[in-house]
Design a protein around this ligand. Structure first.
Ligand SMILES: NC(=O)c1ccc[n+]([C@@H]2O[C@H](COP(=O)([O-])OP(=O)(O)OC[C@H]3O[C@@H](n4cnc5c(N)ncnc54)[C@H](O)[C@@H]3O)[C@@H](O)[C@H]2O)c1
Ligand SMILES: [Zn+2]
Length: 396
């Protein structure tokens, strides 16, 4: 039978705008930033705003809720405002009833595509709320207010959202450009030390693959960062956020259609470690260990000078991170490294050819398509020794 198929094919382009603001005290009545981003829809009595807040980010929820309501009433005017507090951390991405709770709030408050959802919290809460906002009514305007160093400089300024499923991180999710991102540094004042550090490692990560000057700046300011010097912290976040925005806007693959995920340097290990530790190892801690392993592997495979690898391990430790966790060496009943499953899960998540970012130099990443399991094993052993002595050198 002759082929009678026909096809209509047109190409179209949809412009997107990614806005990331930096401020302090966003809800103080002198600060007009947020108000300028909220408009009452034509013909409606009021703008609808649902705020979802990570319960750990503010000391007193009822006081905070009242402060936001006051701000919206005075700065925006007619606003129908609803407030919902949810737990922070990975639990909100793991347990499906939080997603249901959000859809319920969106439905019962009759939010529409002209409404606003403001998500205030760490990266986990932003991922969850972002997913609900992207999917309810096929998309409600989302204003993200990241409250951790990690989310202010990294995940919170991007276009991804997700929840976990089947024991796998970010199994369900979508790409959606937020209406705006507001980084309010005042939220960081209450951030515990451990979470404070987590953002530093994502900044180091982006420097390692893109920006040698930034790595050297972090190296020189490691002590100031550990002491939470505000000007150092703010500079780190801004430069890290700029790199992430540049990647999305200029990198040519904002919605990750290809097989490469260059900003995920160290993450194939990290995601698996987080999972293996039942999330007791935080994302940043796992990334630190993943970067350490992929750095050593880059040296082992001959692309990165060994001295550079050791310098990187030192910076990671100066920032207060461990470069080794016993989970790295855990094996299954057949003696295989469990962490290697992370490689397959990473590829499965993205599809296509295995593509792992490794280092050619400090500030220069490249895509590798093969990973040698024996070398990984050797690097894990080296990392163990290195972490014990902090003087261990790597054998080639
Ligand atoms: N969407 C993306 O592109 C992207 C990128 C990177 C990471 N992520 C995701 O982000 C999550 C990690 O985010 P995170 O590092 O921000 O941690 P987190 O959201 O897990 O928060 C860590 C802890 O800090 C608390 N917290 C948050 N802000 C606080 C504040 N200001 N004061 C006191 N406590 C506060 C939280 O309640 C939680 O207990 C992971 O789920 C990761 O997968 C997403
Ligand atoms: Zn990360």
């Amino acid at each position: 039978m002759p082929d009678t198929s026909t096809c209509i094919e047109e190409t179209f382009t949809v412009p997107h705008r990614l806005r990331v603001y930096f401020t302090r005290a966003v809800f103080s009545c002198e600060n007009n930033l947020l108000a300028a981003l909220i408009a009452k829809p034509e013909g409606a009595n009021a703008a609808k705003v649902l705020m979802v807040c990570d319960a750990n980010t503010v000391d007193c929820q009822s006081q905070f809720q009242a402060e936001v309501a006051r701000y919206l009433n005075t700065q925006v005017g007619d606003v129908a405002f609803t407030y919902l507090a949810l737990p922070g951390g990975e639990v909100v991405k793991n347990e499906t009833h939080y997603l249901t709770q959000l859809y319920d709030a969106i439905e019962s408050n009759q939010l529409c595509r002209h409404s606003y959802i403001i998500a205030v919290g760490g990266g986990a809460l932003l991922d969850l709320v972002g997913y609900a906002a992207a999917t309810a009514h096929r998309g409600i305007r989302l204003i993200r207010m990241p409250t951790t160093t990690l989310s202010q400089g990294d995940g919170g300024v991007g276009v991804k959202n997700s929840v976990n499923a089947y024991g796998k991180k970010n199994f369900i999710g979508s790409f959606a450009v937020p209406h705006a991102v507001i980084n309010d540094y005042a939220f960081l004042d209450a951030l515990p030390e451990r979470q404070m550090r987590d953002g530093y490692i994502e900044a180091l990560k982006v420097g390692l693959i893109r920006d040698r000057d930034f790595v050297e700046w972090i190296e020189a300011h490691a002590d100031a960062l550990v002491l939470r010097d505000p000007s150092a912290v703010e500079r780190l976040i801004e430069r890290s956020a700029q790199h992430h925005v540049n990647h999305i806007v200029q990198g040519g693959d904002p919605f990750e259609v290809g097989s490469s995920r260059p900003l995920d340097f160290g993450h194939w290990v990290a995601h698996k470690l987080e999972q293996m530790s039942a999330f007791h190892i935080s994302h940043g801690e796992a990334v630190a260990c993943g970067i350490a392993l992929d750095t050593l592997y880059s040296a082992k495979s001959g692309t990165l000078p060994l001295a550079d690898a050791e310098r990187i391990l030192k910076v990671i430790q100066q920032l207060g991170f461990s470069i080794y966790y016993p989970e790295l060496a855990a094996t299954d009943s057949q003696g295989r490294l469990i962490v290697m499953q992370g490689l397959y899960e990473f590829r499965e998540h993205l599809g296509g050819q295995l593509t792992i970012c490794l280092l050619k130099a400090i500030g220069l990443g490249y895509d590798a398509h093969e990973i040698n399991a024996e070398w990984i094993q050797e690097c894990i052993e080296s990392l163990h020794r290195y972490s014990a002595t902090s003087k261990q050198t790597v054998s080639r």
